[in-house]
Design a protein around this ligand. Structure first.
Ligand SMILES: N[C@@H](CCC(=O)N[C@@H](CS)C(=O)NCC(=O)O)C(=O)O
Length: 203
């Protein structure tokens, strides 16, 4: 079993954090995304979506998409549960995981690709206004997250979950791009100081 990734990038970091929380050891192979290694014929044969992370199973099958990879490891090793155990927990965590993906990770990503240099020459199409619109939507996502964290210790409630992993990686991506300041969102700031200290945050 092996995971193709590019260590510094946000989506691979989500998988690294998930594995670290579960104390699962998997081999990694680096695919240099800024150098275009994810667009070679050899890599596209493994993942036609041209993206990392990608999990290669021992039977030769591939699983792409961050959450699908995490779900595989959750099923393989349920403890500690990061995707809930009861039907209500599972649905609540999935709800917040999707909210964090849609309102933060994806909007910050669009901002990066469209309103900044992004991946440079690898950017096939850029629309600055679309990037700026996504910045505004990312700020709405932060407001929603701040509101949720005013009454909850973690993103999906009382325990750490995959929703916190997605939110932390998206918040760090946004901070790296200077999209916002933590001081403007006190509840996010309190949560950030706590989750950022978990050993998995530097996995
Ligand atoms: N929906 C995918 C997105 C993965 C993704 O966008 N990965 C980025 C790295 S963080 C990538 O490979 N980008 C390549 C590109 O933009 O050309 C997932 O959840 O895994």
């Amino acid at each position: 079993m092996k995971i193709y990734e590019f260590k510094a990038f946000p989506h691979p970091r989500r998988v690294r954090m998930f594995l670290a929380e579960k104390n699962i050891d998997v081999a990694f192979e680096q695919i240099n995304v800024p150098a275009g290694e994810h667009r070679t014929e050899a890599y596209l044969a493994k993942n036609p979506s041209a993206a990392v992370p990608l999990l290669e199973l021992d039977n030769g099958n591939f699983i792409s998409e961050t959450v699908a990879i995490c779900r595989y490891f959750e099923a393989l090793q349920p403890e500690p549960a990061l995707m809930g155990t009861t039907p209500e927990e599972q649905a609540t965590i999935e709800m917040w995981q999707r909210k964090m993906d849609n309102s933060l990770m994806i909007t910050v990503s669009h901002y990066f690709h469209h309103a900044t240099e992004g991946l440079g020459e690898l950017e096939i199409y850029q629309n600055h206004n679309w990037g700026e619109q996504n910045k505004a939507w990312a700020n709405k996502g932060l407001e929603q997250l701040n509101q949720q964290l005013q009454t909850n210790s973690f993103v999906a409630g009382n325990s750490f979950s995959i929703a916190d992993i997605t939110a932390l990686c998206a918040v760090d991506f946004a901070l790296y791009l200077n999209l916002f300041s933590l001081s403007a969102f006190p509840a996010i700031d309190r949560w950030y100081q706590a989750v950022n200290q978990r050993p998995s945050a530097s996995a």
